[in-house]
Design a protein around this ligand. Structure first.
Ligand code: TMP
Length: 212
């Protein structure tokens, strides 16, 4: 065990907001500052969790029940926490994760309409007290985001949802950010990429100053 636990940073946003590009800016910043980190994603991040991801995103002939979807997301998360996130944090490494439980509140809660209380119960069961230290939410009009996502190729099962679903997801993220302004920083992802990068790095430095 290291003297000091690592920090847990998550990046969130609906489809096509530019998470991958922006994660690259974050990890470059950590490298410049000599901070040891692991980069991961949800659903996924371990062999088993990546298999669950495939199951979640594949289009099946049989519709997936909303409850199955919720439980699979948390099954993948339980695996990810035990095999990757906790050991890294305990070793003093930072964890940068492309999505985490805010996505469950936004997609399964706001998007699908599942009970937020049930999600909170699962959050406690699976995570105990583990929460991200800092979360950056990239915010973008879903019609722009979905156009970007469509240009990347075939849409997965969740990306095939209606526009109204992604409007609810966006609202979910904005509500979470409003409820937890200390942890969550919202960035306007409709601006030119160079500006988004500047805003992101400013937010990151601001957010991290609390832990210095
Ligand atoms: P992405 O990470 O490539 O954006 O895709 C993951 C998809 O899974 C995305 O559509 C959001 C969805 N998702 C949920 O529905 N619930 C979750 O808890 C997580 C982590 C992701």
């Amino acid at each position: 065990m290291a003297d000091k636990r690592g920090l847990f940073l998550t990046l969130e946003g609906a489809e096509g907001v530019g998470k991958s590009t922006n994660i690259g800016f974050i990890t470059a910043h950590l490298e410049e500052n000599g901070i040891e980190y692991i980069l991961s994603r949800e659903p996924g991040g371990t062999l088993i969790a990546e298999e669950i991801r495939e199951l979640l995103l594949a289009v099946h002939d049989e519709p997936m029940s909303e409850l199955s979807e919720l439980l699979l997301v948390f099954a993948a998360r339980a695996q990810h926490i035990e095999a990757q996130i906790e050991p890294a944090l305990a070793a003093g490494k930072w964890v940068v994760c492309d999505r985490f439980t805010d996505a469950t509140f936004a997609y399964q809660g706001y998007g699908r309409g599942l009970s937020l209380e049930k999600i909170e119960q699962l959050q406690t069961m699976v995570q105990g007290t583990l929460r991200p230290d800092l979360t950056i939410i990239l915010d973008l009009d879903p019609s722009v985001g979905m156009e970007r996502a469509s240009n990347r190729g075939e849409l997965d099962r969740i990306e095939q949802e209606q526009q109204s679903f992604f409007h609810r997801v966006r609202q979910g993220y904005l509500d979470i950010a409003k409820a937890e302004p200390e942890r969550c920083l919202v960035i306007d992802a409709s601006k030119p990429l160079e500006q988004v990068k500047l805003d992101l790095l400013k937010a990151l430095k601001q957010g991290l100053a609390k832990f210095a």
